[in-house]
Design a protein around this ligand. Structure first.
Ligand code: COA
Length: 500
């Protein structure tokens, strides 16, 4: 049954009415995180309005801010409208990605934990309009968000005008999952009082001035969700290496027997690690302090191995969402959804000592990691939270299959073509071939480990060859490189379609 109250009724509008009220030049702050809980009907209607009014010669210009990636109804529709000029801080929409890589849309690829400050300090163009998805709105301005928190609280507080897509896709029991807390509004320089993943320190809603709410649109449209794929052989191989490494760290007394909280990135490999933990008898229940929870969490729940998960979004497939809804009351004790400034906050990550597991596109022989740029110049998705977690966790693990594009690309390269996570922050590199523990190793030792343990046999000898030539010819012998040759693998791929 659709939620209602006199305030909601007094604000109801159609998506087209809201679209007509939006300025031609506008900075939009939208809900949505990887890609849960983003508005759909208003951006679709806005894109339609832009399309028809552009024919009449009107110009539009949109800056779009979100938490992280959103669905096609927002990123895709506004990108296709031709009006999108600036996007922050993360995206994964193929149409938008192409525009970014054609140089037609500016994209600022940011650490997710930094976005709040950039907005509050006016470093980026100010938010004109916030559009958020919610399950309830009260007459005194409480907004109950849906399956993501992301940047929503900050955008709601800073926008001049607020529009809400009030969805009935989720039951009202979703209220209570959120813990809204922004350090700038609460702690005034004092520590953020989170000592373990389940600590709640804020409110279940975002409180704003109700006068700012200019319209509420009813929606019954679910998030576009990607289906959950079963882990492939490479991912299972990577997961096996990661799990035995963690067991070994416990034996050495570097990780307590009941573990440290885990952060787990997005995608196939990240899911495979959780699936393997669920299956592996040596693994017992874990806690997560992460930014996205996906379907793989159900494997842990089914195996009785999830104590608690703190996240900034619950991103489930269609089937996963059904399961979530069936258990929504019971699982309130298992999850909390936090603003991304808190889920990714260096202070909290360091205090709790997380085990961070993220995915690389490529890794070089010294342990520098590229997670964002294909062949050095084309944006994939963005750095997201991987930098927040990598730099500040107790253990930072980077995972990647050793090959991409049918073996035409080696994920282990002489020199990364773009740098996101440098050798000072990365600790453990894992491919299906093996695991390299780089901690405490000088550069040349790191190179030996990465090439021998992680590179695919198809490329291993050539990497050793590069390393030997570098040692011989490099002026500096600390981190030897043969600079003329260091990006030749990428250049070969661009010219011939293969690094072979
Ligand atoms: N060079 C060029 N392309 C490469 C590549 C390389 N070295 N390695 C992988 N790819 C391609 C794959 O072939 C695939 O291409 P396709 O989409 O055309 O099939 C694509 O990159 C994605 O690779 P996939 O193996 O499916 O990885 P994924 O879905 O696990 O994503 C990242 C990997 C790195 C793109 C993704 O994890 C990411 O965006 N990370 C940064 C953000 C992040 O880590 N956030 C923090 C935690 S949520």
């Amino acid at each position: 049954v659709a939620i209602t109250n006199p305030f909601i009724e007094s604000k109801l509008k159609s998506p087209e009415e809201v679209a007509l009220a939006l300025p031609q030049n506008v900075t939009l702050g939208c809900s949505g995180f990887t890609p849960a809980g983003y508005p759909k009907l208003i951006p679709l209607a806005f894109a339609k309005r832009i399309e028809s009014e552009k024919k009449a010669g009107k110009d539009f210009s949109i800056n779009l801010y979100s938490g992280a990636s959103t669905g096609d109804e927002l990123d895709g529709a506004l990108a296709r409208s031709g009006a999108l000029k600036l996007r922050i801080p993360y995206q994964s929409n193929s149409y938008l990605r192409n525009l970014i890589n054609e140089g037609k849309v500016d994209f600022i690829d940011m650490h997710l934990s930094h976005v709040v400050k950039y907005i509050e300090h006016g470093i980026l163009p100010a938010i004109d309009v916030a559009i958020v998805e919610a399950v309830d709105v009260t007459s005194d301005g409480r907004i109950y968000l849906t399956t993501s928190s992301g940047m929503s609280a900050t955008y709601l507080l800073h926008a001049k005008d607020v529009y809400v897509e009030l969805t009935d896709v989720h039951p009202q029991e979703l209220k209570g999952y959120h813990d809204i807390y922004l350090p700038s509004h609460h702690s005034q320089g004092l520590p953020i009082p989170i000592l373990s993943p389940q600590d709640r320190i804020g409110t279940e809603y975002v409180q704003i001035n109700p006068d700012k709410i200019k319209g509420i649109v009813r929606s019954g449209v679910p998030d576009s969700s990607s289906e959950f794929k079963a882990p492939d052989a490479e991912s299972i191989g990577i997961a096996d290496h990661v799990l035995s490494f963690i067991q070994d760290e416990i034996k050495k007394g570097r990780i307590p027997k009941d573990y440290l909280p885990f952060q787990n990135g997005v995608g196939n490999i990240a899911n495979a690690v959780l699936a393997s933990m669920a299956k592996n008898d040596e693994f017992h229940a874990i806690q997560m302090y992460t930014e996205v929870v996906q379907d793989s969490v159900f494997d842990l729940i089914d195996a009785g191995k999830l104590k608690f998960a703190s996240t900034s979004a619950l991103t489930f497939s269609k089937e996963g969402l059904k399961r979530f809804h069936q258990n929504i009351s019971e699982w309130k004790s298992k999850f909390v959804i936090r603003p991304q400034e808190i889920s990714n906050h260096p202070e909290v990550i360091r205090r709790m000592g997380l085990i961070a597991m993220n995915t690389a596109l490529e890794v070089d022989i010294y342990g520098n990691v590229n997670s964002t740029h294909v062949m050095g110049t084309s944006m994939m998705n963005g750095i997201g939270g991987s930098g927040d977690f990598t730099r500040n966790s107790h253990l930072s693990i980077f995972m990647t299959p050793s090959l991409a594009k049918d073996g035409n690309i080696s994920a282990i390269v002489p020199f990364v073509s773009h740098l996101d996570h440098n050798e000072h922050s990365t600790m453990i590199i894992v491919t299906e071939q093996g695991l390299a523990d780089l901690r405490g190793c000088p550069p040349k030792k790191r190179a030996e480990l990465i090439i021998s343990k992680c590179a695919h046999p198809m490329y291993r000898d050539r990497l050793f060859e590069y390393f030997e030539t570098s040692k011989r010819l490099s002026k500096g012998k600390h981190t030897p490189h043969h600079l003329e040759d260091s990006l030749s693998w990428h250049i070969r791929f661009l010219k011939t379609g293969s690094m072979k």
